[in-house]
Ligand binder design. Structure first.
Ligand SMILES: [Zn+2]
Length: 498
């Protein structure tokens, strides 16, 4: 018997892949240094054992490249929890590692990168544009470059000039990252094999907003985008939500369409869909109750109420240590509640020293910067300690590091040593905290928590808390953003109303 596995043809050169991802909050004072990437995930070897987390992009690309006989050359996979500007030398070392690997790879069939699209360094506003332009210089004009971006990106001209295929995830929570990875791969493979000629067009909606896709009208709009992809000649449609707190020169909402060889079709489709979204702009303004209103609502509701401390989501670069909602829940005395996760390694250390069962005075939160608010001095009972608390989301286990569960009356509070938003219930259950018997489960997250917490939530209330991720977009103190004539700062920037 001889093997029936065909050997790769010379025409199928390998695919080069890498991942570099962080979302920079332009208003955050928390630096993003090498430890931020090391804590999340950074791989610098050429073959990832088991790509995971956002790095799972690379697993998708690898599986596809192996299935079609190309094989894969993998470079850096590095992601950091969102915070302030990345230290320039750290960005350059990660970038140059990718570029060195690409030069060493020799001829490649195409390049696939998993990037965030809102990464800024201390001396570079557009890290992704910078990286892509350098990749283009190395591979030349003929080799396809494909990129999967987070929809909370800034889509710059530099990125679009350098890359052939840019696709953003359509869903927020970003549950479709793997499907979008397959889409980027398919278009790049078709281009490399001469079966497609992607051309793209972008429409600037002149809006700044926040667009969860689990509710209307965005749920329906995602279906409109998917529907447009079934039209003749359209290869891909992406909505760039933009990252309002990025304070980037190109911060804002855009429609991106890739057509097969037909530039006019791409432009028409991008404008048509962009204007459809624009027409719904007033319904898209986040309407959230204040803390007091949310607690009043919770009192009148039966079952488990999941509240989101939206403005202190470290997933958007916020410090993750505000206590406004925690204090209000304790004062409200509405029965058993749980609150977390508060980033406070010092408090965790004191709790570990005191031990489970100890009653100690504790200063909680309010330490990282002006948007942290005031610390909260309170007597707590140490109810649990875990050496390395983890939660599972997007197929990856995220670490909170050493963590403590403290009790303040009927409120269980989760204190952690690594900044992360709460994605999943195991952030609490991994500590031994029951959720089903709670009146309120309050999480520091804006939207990603929904994917997992809806299993336990009878009601979900996103709360307009104070903090770094304010949803009053007209009031954001932009310094870098170029176009200040955006909705909702201006009522009708595209001039369609009479
Ligand atoms: Zn995002």
């Amino acid at each position: 018997m001889t093997s029936s596995i065909p050997s790769p043809t010379p025409a199928k050169a390998p695919v080069f892949t890498a991942l570099l991802s962080t979302e920079t909050n332009g208003f955050s004072t928390i630096p993003t240094g090498l430890a931020s990437f090391s804590e999340a995930f950074v791989r610098r070897d050429a073959s990832l054992e088991q790509p995971h987390g956002i790095g799972a992009y690379l697993g998708v690309f690898r599986a596809l490249a192996e299935a079609d006989g190309r094989g894969v050359i993998e470079s850096v996979s590095a992601g950091a929890e969102p915070a302030g500007l990345t230290v320039q030398a750290v960005y350059e070392s990660l970038r140059d590692h990718i570029l060195d690997d690409l030069r060493a790879a020799g001829p490649v069939g195409f390049v696939l990168l998993g990037l965030h699209g809102a990464m800024m360094a201390t001396e570079c506003d557009d890290c992704e544009g910078d990286l892509l332009a350098r990749v283009r210089d190395i591979v030349g004009p003929a080799v396809p470059i494909g990129v999967e971006l987070d929809p909370h990106c800034h889509l710059t001209k530099k990125m679009r000039d350098a890359a052939d295929v840019i696709v953003t995830m359509k869903e927020y929570p970003h549950t479709d990252w793997a499907a979008r990875g397959r889409e980027v791969y398919a278009i790049c493979a078709a281009m490399a094999e001469g079966r497609a000629r992607p051309v793209s067009a972008m429409f600037d909606c002149r809006m700044v907003g926040f667009y969860p896709t689990t509710a209307q009208p965005m749920h329906g709009f995602v279906e409109r985008l998917t529907g447009a992809e079934r039209e003749a000649g359209i290869l891909s449609v992406s909505l760039v939500h933009g990252f309002p707190w990025g304070d980037h020169p190109d911060c804002g909402t855009r429609l991106l369409v890739i057509a097969d060889g037909d530039q006019a079709l791409a432009e028409r489709t991008a404008e048509r869909l962009g204007r459809e979204l624009y027409d719904q702009r007033h319904q898209l303004i986040p309407a959230m109750p204040s803390i007091d209103q949310a607690i009043d609502q919770a009192r009148s509701l039966a079952g488990v109420v999941v509240m989101a401390d939206t403005a202190d989501n470290s997933g958007g670069g916020a410090p993750g240590d505000t206590t406004h909602l925690l204090r209000a829940l304790i004062d409200a005395d509405i029965g058993p509640c749980v609150f977390g996760a508060i980033f406070d390694p010092g408090a965790v250390t004191l709790c570990a020293e005191a031990g489970v069962g100890a009653h100690v005075p504790l200063r909680i939160g309010g330490k990282l910067g002006p948007s942290s608010g005031d610390p909260f001095d309170v007597s707590v009972e140490v109810a649990g300690l875990v050496e390395d608390l983890q939660q599972t989301a997007f197929g990856h286990r995220f670490s909170f590091g050493p963590s403590a569960w403290v009790r303040v009356g009927a409120v269980d509070v989760l204190l952690v040593s690594r900044r992360s938003q709460v994605y999943a219930r195991d952030a609490f259950t991994g500590m031994g905290i029951e959720l089903a018997n709670k009146r309120v489960v309050a999480v520091k997250s804006s939207e990603h928590f929904r994917a997992d917490f809806q299993a336990v939530a009878d009601h979900i209330i996103p709360v307009a808390t104070p903090g770094a991720l304010q949803m009053d977009f007209a009031a954001l103190p932009y310094r870098r953003k170029r176009d200040l004539g955006f909705f909702p700062r201006v009522a009708d920037p595209l001039g369609v109303d009479d």
